[in-house]
Design a protein. Sequence first.
Length: 251
Amino acid sequence: MNEPSAIVLVVDDEVQIRRFLRTGFELNGFVVHEAATGAEAIRSATLRPIDIVIADLGLPDMDGAEVVERIRSWSSVPIIVLSVRSSEAQKVHLLELGADDYVVKPFGMAELLARVRVALRRQSRAASGEPIVKVGPLTIDLSARAVMLNGSRLNLTPKEYRLLQVLAQHAGNVVTHQHLLKEVWGSVHVQDTHYLRIFVRKLRQKIEPHPDSPRILVTELGVGYRLAQSGQDGEGATAWTGGASPAKADG
């Protein structure tokens, strides 16, 4: 029996982009609904079953950030933002409003599809209570609080495990510095990014085959960190391989 097709809501005021996205998604087995305004998007997300939202920020009636915030106020549906705005502050703001990920224009369909599949896998895992997260040679068993690398159990400190746990719960999606600091060290430390850099460096020494060229715990410069998944490494769209083109660590 075939799996039901995932339903994607594409929100963009440009007809050409909606057509491009519709074609790409339908060729890959998705059902596509479209909205040209923020109001249409909110109405569609309210009245129809939607599995994921792809939203442009530059809408004629309201900023896409407002669409993200309003949908997130009542729904946990994954939301990926498309935008020509690439400032770090804007990315952090969107993630804090509830976006799951962002893709900066111009973008390739392969990259967007990889991000969509990661977001849908995460949503499915959360809904089913699936406790196992695998990233290349790393396996994180959230229910057993066990971390394995190439089949061998790792010894992590409580803070190292909590940091990895939060990243695993959002595997494939970027997690902001502020969210990680709040979850691991508490609200009073949300500005203490040096704590985070130190512990990320220590964690990479334990989980990365090549800590100076991380492929598992990836830096999103100025924004936060992402635990990569199959289909998505530091470049966002390529499958996991142990070798070529690793992103440099910046701590």
